[in-house]
Design a protein. Structure first.
Length: 431
């Protein structure tokens, strides 16, 4: 609650600062009230950030009933723990999406109402309003990053306490700090999804403008009733699931290597169990570090090459059909569906993983039998499932969303076909 109050003070200061900056830099003679509308856009972004933190905390903090329901479901075993965690993760996507939708529509219309652009081109002012809202949301980034840093510090403190064989009462304190750290990390990831959603909308609009510039034709509408365009959208949604799958498989394979190495060390160094021998920490760290780099090659290539392959393929197909902008239409649908699916997937993975982790912490406080009980065994299984969700796949999807938009933006000329169809060029060749 102290954290919420501090964040509330932060956003009040940010709103006041934003209003002052808008008055200084966005006051124009022909639209004297424009700065007020843009200040309202910034306030929308800042308030959106605050509510993202509140919603995420509700779904991942064991003080609230969502995490407690997962712990209660664990009384009957690991399977019901997984079912409850999946349900909480899916439910947690609803409120953030409504919040993003409200913020996006409000900021766009506030920008249009500012009067800085003529009526026939007020969409430009709307986009600028959305950009101001994005900057407003990011204005609280310093506080959010501070919360993000707290999580790993508290987690490592718990590990040091356990390795140094401190008394149980010390571990109880670090467990509580670790639970708070899980919530702050989840808050950061929720904040990242919200800011990525607003930023990707701007990048998508910029892509449409770039196509208009390079093609010399107005490109403002994407018709998903066209079969090729709809297929592009399906590919965008599929990409998010495939990328997440490969990221989680990477964690699974690396975890297997570490488990095999730990078992080998226990066999060859039995004194580890009674602290008469030291484990080979270097070997485990090396496995994780090398696998972390190696396993991300395939998902990275998927993210970079997919829009290129889809854009070029449908550009050539559109050129053959006499539709020079078909490739851009397909890519626009690809981006729309990938962004929408990515928002849902990231929220689901982040919040479900955080909820599973804190359900374990809740049981370890003594609830439902405490440590060593069958319930504790079930929540440990849930925590193990949740770790790759909240620490690997979920955060990676944030990067995927922005990476796709950036790749498409940079390579836009590659996807705009010449106006003349491919067949016409062949027919014009001398025989």
């Amino acid at each position: 609650h102290d954290r919420q109050r501090c964040f509330l003070v932060t956003i009040v200061i940010a709103i006041a600062g934003f209003a002052l900056l808008c008055r200084c830099f966005l006051h124009v003679a022909h639209a004297p009230d424009a700065w007020k509308w843009f200040a309202a856009c910034g306030a929308v972004g800042i308030v959106c950030a605050y509510f993202f933190v509140i919603i995420t905390q509700y779904y991942t903090d064991y003080e609230y009933n969502k995490v407690q329901s997962i712990a209660e479901a664990s009384v009957t075993g690991a399977a019901t723990n997984i079912i409850a965690g999946l349900a909480v993760g899916m439910e947690s996507t609803a409120m953030p999406v409504i919040l993003i939708s409200f913020s996006l529509v409000a900021a766009y219309n506030f920008g249009c109402a500012s009067g800085v652009a003529p009526k026939d081109n007020e969409g430009v002012a709307g986009l600028f309003g959305t950009a101001v809202a994005t900057m407003g949301m990011l204005s609280t980034a310093a506080f959010v990053l501070t919360m993000s840093s707290f999580g790993p510090i508290a987690d490592n403190a718990g590990g040091i306490v356990e390795m140094s064989q401190q008394p149980e009462n010390v571990r109880v304190i670090t467990d509580k700090l670790d639970a708070v750290g899980n919530v702050t990390k989840a808050n950061t990831k929720g904040f990242s999804v919200g800011s990525a959603a607003l930023a990707c909308f701007l990048l998508f609009s910029a892509f449409l403008d770039e196509v208009t510039i390079y093609s010399k034709e107005e490109f403002k509408v994407v018709d998903i009733a066209v079969p090729e365009v709809f297929v592009g959208g399906l590919c965008g949604s599929m990409l998010v699931f495939l990328f997440s799958s490969w990221a989680m498989q990477a964690v699974g394979r690396t975890a297997q290597e570490v488990v095999m190495e730990v078992r080998r060390q226990f066999r060859e160094r039995p004194g580890i169990m009674d602290y008469s021998e030291k484990p080979d920490y270097y070997r485990c760290v090396a496995i994780v570090a090398k696998s972390g780099l190696r396993e991300m090659v395939k998902p990275g290539l998927l993210a970079v090459l997919s829009p290129i392959v889809i854009g070029v393929t449908f550009r050539l197909f559109g050129q053959y059909k006499g539709q020079p902008l078909l490739g851009c239409q397909v890519l626009a649908a690809f981006l729309m569906f990938a962004t929408a699916t990515g928002i849902m997937m990231a929220l689901f993975l982040n919040n479900a993983g955080g909820a599973w982790d804190n359900a374990k912490k809740y049981v370890e406080t003594g609830k439902h039998g405490g440590k060593g009980s069958d319930t504790h065994k079930a929540v440990v299984v849930g925590d193990t499932v949740g770790d790759p969700c909240k620490d690997t796949a979920g955060p990676s999807v944030h990067v995927l969303m922005k990476l796709l938009s950036t790749v498409v933006m940079v390579l836009t000329p590659l996807f705009v076909a010449p106006a003349r169809p491919l067949g016409a060029g062949l027919a014009a060749m001398p025989r």
